[in-house]
Each structure stands twice: as structure tokens, then as C-alpha cells.
Design a protein around this ligand. Sequence first.
Ligand code: PEP
Ligand code: MG
Length: 907
Amino acid sequence: MEKKRVYTFGNGEAEGKADMRNLLGGKGANLAEMNLIGVPVPPGFTITTEVCNEYYEIGKEAVVKILKEDVEKALHGVEVLMRSKFGDVENPLLVSVRSGARASMPGMMDTILNLGLNDEVVEGLSRKTANPRFAWDSYRRFVQMYGDVVLGMKPTNKEDIDPFEAIIESVKEGKGVKLDNELDVEDLKELVKRFKLAVKEQTGQDFPVSAYEQLWGAICAVFNSWMNERAILYRKMEGIPAEWGTAVSVQAMVFGNMGNNSATGVCFSRDAGSGEDLFNGEYLINAQGEDVVAGIRTPQQITKIGSQRWAERAGISEEVRSSKYPSMEEAMPEIYNELDKLQTKLENHYHDMQDMEFTVQEGKLWFLQTRNGKRTGAAMVKIAMDLLHQGMIDEKTALLRCEPNKLDELLHPVFDKAALKTAKTLTRGLPASPGAATGQIVFFADDAALWAADSKKVILVRIETSPEDLAGMAVAEGILTARGGMTSHAAVVARGMGKCCISGAGAMNVDYKARTVEIDGVVLNEGDFISLNGTTGEVYQGKVNTKAAEVSGDFAQLMDLCDKYSRLKVRTNADTPHDAMVARQFGAVGIGLCRTEHMFFESQKIVAMREMILAPDVEGRKKALGKLLPYQKDDFKGIFRAMDGCPVNIRLLDPPLHEFVPHDEKGQQEMADAMGVTVSYIRQRVESLCEHNPMLGHRGCRLGNTYPEITEMQTRAIIGAALELKKEGLDPHPEIMVPLTGILYEFEAQEKIIRDTAAQLFEEFGTEIPFKVGTMIEIPRAALTADRIASRAEYFSFGTNDLTQMTFGYSRDDIASFLPVYLEKKILKVDPFQVLDQKGVGQLIEMAVQKGRSVRPELKCGICGEHGGEPSSVKFCHKVGLNYVSCSPFRVPIARLAAAQAAVEEK
Ligand code: PEP
Ligand code: MG
């Protein structure tokens, strides 16, 4: 059978339906469906998305040839229903030609309205409607649109305005008027004449007179627009494949600009901003579609309540509102009632919030489009829960309706929308940690602490951050760095703190000495205000007001629903009691990674820590470790308390020691004084700790294996804290994790120290507690030999930050230098440090889980790299049978939703 390429709709009948969106595009499928359920839609037809692919394979002429008969037949059907004729002078049918892909791509492709007009037809239309202004206005809009879209009219210089707009401006100037609607019929005729002249001049062709020639030009232009720059960019951003193609819908024109009983508008079945179950929208009397969006005239509210709310915000009295700005509900009550009924019908039919376009032509209401409306994160949650409670969708559907990443919007402060409108963007970096922050620039962590103590709000601006900056980061409103990727120190720590952070803002030149930062010629000083949008990566000059996010009851209900369906547990990466508490409130059921090194950076601890590192021998190290022990034990007690009853996985010291020592003269002098040695000794020790490649150097369990006394001290602190709390009646569940294991023996040696130390403590305390000893799997060799390692390790935690680094051979800290180019050139689709590489790194994980469980079937497996809070990676973790994911506190709800979706999608 010959392939069907054209699907008709009209008068309550349609060849397509809603579930054919892959073939007919979202718009075409919904136009068909609306016909089937009795919503008035102007008749028309849809050319399939498959034809778009044919267009790119066999070219324009061949496609027109195979479509010709079907299109003419379908158009004839429209003529019959509309009792008019395409191209006829006395009784003309005009059509619109629109794009419509499978996924909504708002504004990305082209549309042509009023097609079918020429110099004679316009006169016929004028007589038929007895409205010459309307006829000529439609004609000039058509010539302009067709000229732009189909004939490719462009300004000669990129600085110039659109050639048609330039003509309109000059005619308006000549007449001394400001607005388009002040132009009369003669002016409009003049415009059309000059438009066509401009077309001839620029393209060397006459404007097409034949209606069919116009139609084919428009259909092909829509196919062409699938490959225009903005559509390609949008597809890239949204992950829409080029093979999907666009459909083309050709539909009889209806006119909202035929007088005061005509109108056009856009409406939503619920509030897209808040999710409130309230019909709302905007309309304009006597106007055509684009007038509503073009901002030439201010549209009015559709509902009375919407209008009243708008007036209240604008400070307009009820008296003035109802007389000057009446809602559609008041101005056109009958049409409004019909619109309201139909919007309810559409929402009930699609079981989701609808975004609809309509036109009223001389008192008759037509729907031109309906689609599931785009919405904010807050609206997404409220609408899903409301629809569930109203019995429109079931629990699983409610879960799938929510996009995990969008939950972020609910959890962090946000910019005030009005304030953002006037804000000046300085530059853009990587959106490392979401939220909005505004404050005064400081360049050093200690200054941040001082300024914050003085009740100032600060933004810490650094070339990059190191663990030494932690205290400053903790008090800052936000963090901005010139270097570093999504897993740079600043990014990881900020996400953990739920603090707004932008990293890798490469356009920024930070001068620590002068205490200035220069961005594209703008020089900012310490103390100047800047604002960061960590969700988009945008940096603004000056203060932009923020407001706290609200976590509503609907959110809590959604989270409960997640737990009902998910198999994967969600823990958190937390290093402080505060972070642990926050995560617990968000539903974390334990700590999956506590990075102990983050605890060493407060003032007294850092001195003892440095003493330990700089000590000349074991004795010196042991002495310093003795000072550190009580601090560590206190820290662990705080965390065990916050997570009472839940597992707490504490990792032994991991980073290279040189990260802790002072590199500046002042700090070195301080250490010399504290230790009673010379500065040159300290300098020499610091230099000897420097490594060419610290990420692959003296770190991880290599520290504990070369300095076993560190492992011993940390075990004493962990187990000791747990034993003391047990005495207080609490219920701690410690897990001790060895980092960066690559060889079984590395683990065994550490395990022995841990178990021996614990046994000693049990004896000292006269009581015992259960604990586990496990390891990170973050070196490819560990994954490859996972069965050997599992013979001793009681659990695995996949450190996918390092595992990604070592599998790809990309440095975590330096990826920003080439990643943008790799993404641009499509060498990489996504940043592998953000989205788990399932094929490569994922294969190692899956294999390690299998190998590990082959020798220890009950082996608990989790993930604690940054991927543990990224939805597609969480779903992968579910698929390969991990027991839990662990992520920063503010990503816990996202991971819970992704885990539930993974379970629901599996069935
Ligand atoms: C990892 O490597 O994935 C990990 C969690 O450890 P870190 O980021 O501290 O190296
Ligand atoms: Mg690691």
C-alpha cells in the first residue's frame, strides 16, 4: 500500500489522533484529537514528519511531486467545509501553514498566516467582508511574513532592522503616526506595494501571485526551518534527534481581527507559575495571533479573578479596571462560558494542564492549538498532586509527571523575577550549584569570615578554591570561580552545602593583589555587589533581590509517594552535623560519604593537622595526631547524633597532604613558631610534599599505608565516638571506608589496623558495637579485581568522580579547558563528570557489582560520586542493582524521585 503522507481533519472528523504525535507532530496530533472530541477547530490537514525526512533525502521538487495530488485533494476538502475556494477572487479561502514536531519546540520554526492573497484576491476579501482595512492589513502581514520566511528577506547589514520593518517605519514617519493600527487602508496599500518592490530588488523575483505556488513555498519553508540555526541549537539543548523531523499543518484561517466581536488569545487550564487550579490567560479584541505576543497592545485577562489580581498588582482601582480593562468573562460572557467549558473538556481529556490558543471570529470560537503546558518546578509538583487527588491520574503517572531536576527550583532561594528583568549580565560560567545569591565581592576566605561576622552578605570570588577556603565558603552567600569544572572543589563543596556556586567563569580575570576582578572590560572591586544564578551560570552586576523557596505540603506528599515505589535507598554525602540534618529532613536514610578531610580546616584543627604532616618522624606525627583525636571524635559524635539510628559511612583521609600545608610566608612562619623550628625547615618540608600529579600521587589509602598512625587515630575517633554515644543510649551505625583501593593488599593492611584498633577500644570500653569495613571502588583496577577485594571488603561504594577521571584519563580539575570544545564538536554529548558514562564507567560498575557479589552475595553496593544525584545516573544505579545512591543534601529529593521513576518504569 502507498505510504499515507497527508492526514485530514475538520468538522468533527479526523484521520489522525492524539497518540500519533510521532507521525503528525504534537500540533497535528492534537488538532486531529480536538476534532474527535468535539472541540471546534478550523479544518485542515497535516503532512507527516516522515515527509520532512524525505524532503532532506530527495529534495524539494521530488517531494512536491509526490505530495501534489494528496495536498490538492485535502485542500479541496477544506474548501467544501469552509464554503470557499483557495485562490478564488470573490470567495477566497485563506490558510495558515505551521510547523509541529513530536516534542514542543516553541518559536523555533516558522509559521505563515493569511496565505492565498494577491492583488485581486485582497479586493475580493475586502468586498466579501465589507472590511477593506482588515483585508489590506491581512495582506500586508502575509507579504511581510512570506517575504521573511519563504523568500529569505534579510537586512543588508546585520546592524540594520528587518527591511519590511524599515518600510513600515518610514511610512509611519511620513504620516506622523506612531502605532501600526493608526495606518489607514491607503497606507496599507502603500506598504504592500513597497514590500513587493523590496522583494524584487533583493531577490530578483516577483512576489508569487498563484495561491498554490505560495502554498508549496510555505510548506517547503517549514521543512527548511527544521534545520535553521535556532532549531538545531534547541534540539541540542533538549536532546531531540534530527531524525524526528517536523510535520506541517495547513489549516483554514479564522480571523480575530474582523471587528469588535472578534478576538484572539492564549489560555492555560491551570496556573503555570504556581500550579493553582485556576483557569487563566490573556486575550485581545480585534487582533491577530501575533499581536498578543508582540507586545504592541497590552492584552487583557480572560477571567475576572485574573483581571482583578492583575489590577491589584498594578495599583488600578476596581472601577477603572472594570470599565477600561474588562476581562473576557465580563466583555464577552457567552464566548467566555464556551471557552471555559472547552478548556475543562480538554484538560479532562488529556489529564494534564493545557496551554491553548484560540480565535473568535465574528462571535464564533475556534481552537487553534492545545498542548501540555510548560510549568515551573513548584507548579509541576502541585499539578501532579492535585491531578492525583482529583482522580485524573494514578500514583505512578503522578511520579512520572515530575521531572527530577526541576525539584531543585523548589529547594533553593530564587531571584525575584521583577528584579531580574533589569539586571545586567556580566558573564556566564558553569552552573555548578543551583540557587540565587547576591552579595559583596570578597577574594579571600578569611575576609569572607570577617565580613560575614559583621553581618555582611558576601560572594567569595576566587580563581579556584581549595580546602583552605572552606570556612569562607561556608559563610558566603555564593561562590564564583574562574577555573574548575562541575566536580571542582568549589562545585562539590558548594553543592554539599546547598550553596549557590558558579565555576569555570573563564572570562573573569581575578587580581588578588589589587583585589579586583575584571570581566569583559568591567572592573569590580572588593565590596562591590554581584549576583549569581547557580542554576543557569549567569553572573549579574549589582544587587538582585532573592526570595526563599517554599517547600509545600505537596512536595512532602510527592516524596512519600517516591518511597512507596522505589527500591534504591538514598543516602547523603555530608561532612557536618548541619548538612546531615538538612539531608535527613529531605529524606536521606544515612550518610553514604563523610569526607573526613573537610573537618580539619577549622582554626585549631588545622594547626595540629599541619604539625602532623610537617613532623620530621613518626613520634612527631603521633604527638600531633594525639591533638587531633579529640577534635575528630567530637565531630563524629555530632554526625552520629544527627543520623542516630542510620548508617554513617566515614571515609579515611583521602587528599594529598600538601593540600593542608601553608604555601604562603605568613602561614609558614606561624607553623615554625608553633613547632619551634625554622621557617626554612617548614619551607623545605612544604616543597618536598609538592607532586607533579597530586590526583595520582600520595593520597587515598596510600596515606594510611605509609602513615598507619593516621588510620589508627581516625579509627579511634570513629569507634570511640560511637561507643561513647552508645553509653548515652544512642544508636550509632559506623561504617569505615578505605579510599582509593587498587590492590587487595592495600585494603587488607588498612582493615587490619581498623579491626585491631576497634578490638582494643572494645576492651577499653568493656562493650562492643557492630561496624562494617568497606572500600571505595574508584580505581579501574579495583573494579577489575572486585571479586578479590570483596573477599575482604564488606561493602563497595563507587567513587565515580575518580573512576570517571581514571577511566577517561580526564583530570577532574582541568576538564574545563577542553570540555566546551568537546561538547561543541559533539566529541562528548555531555560532561561525564555530571552524567555517568554508562557504556564505559557504567560497565566497570556493573562488572564490579557482579564480581563482588559472586564471592559475597550480601555485598552492599552504593555510589557516592557526584552522579549519585543525577537522575539518569540514579536510574542506571537502580538497573545494575545497587542498594543505594548517595548525594549532596539538596539533591536527595531529586535522587528519591529518580529512584522511584526507575522502579515504576521498570514494570
Ligand atoms: C569520588 O571519587 O567519586 C569520590 C566520591 O571521592 P572524592 O570526590 O572525594 O575524590
Ligand atoms: Mg575519590
